[in-house]
Design a protein. Sequence first.
Length: 151
Amino acid sequence: MKKILVLHGPNLNLLGERENKIYGNLTLEEINARIKKFAQQNEIEVEIYQSNHEGDLVTKIQEARRKIDGLVINPAAYTHTSVAIRDALAVLGELGIPIIEVHLSNIYRREEFRHQSLTAAVATGVISGFGPTSYLLGMQAVLEKLSEKNN
């Protein structure tokens, strides 16, 4: 069974309460339930983790490097600021682990400072602007990349 790690970055624990016009009304728990349902339907083992702390996310990425088949990550605000997360992701990429960066909103329709992603350069791909479906599309993309790898 394939194992995918889903990481949620800072402030995503406040979904449903903050900036609903941008992020929608679903809570993180509701999004996680959709992720778990997708995983079950596709016979994937999924681990989901959220942190507001950069170092915790870096540690989680490092610890997962020999335990997962793929990663779906929403670095949230760290997308634009974290060289540390970018460097941790680069290690996964060097190991051939598919990394899909996801965003609920279309970061290119937002403030100028959000247009730059430090993490995208080491990701296999980026999905942005599809709300909670971005995560499911990210998981599907990981499965596609793993299938390509096995053929």
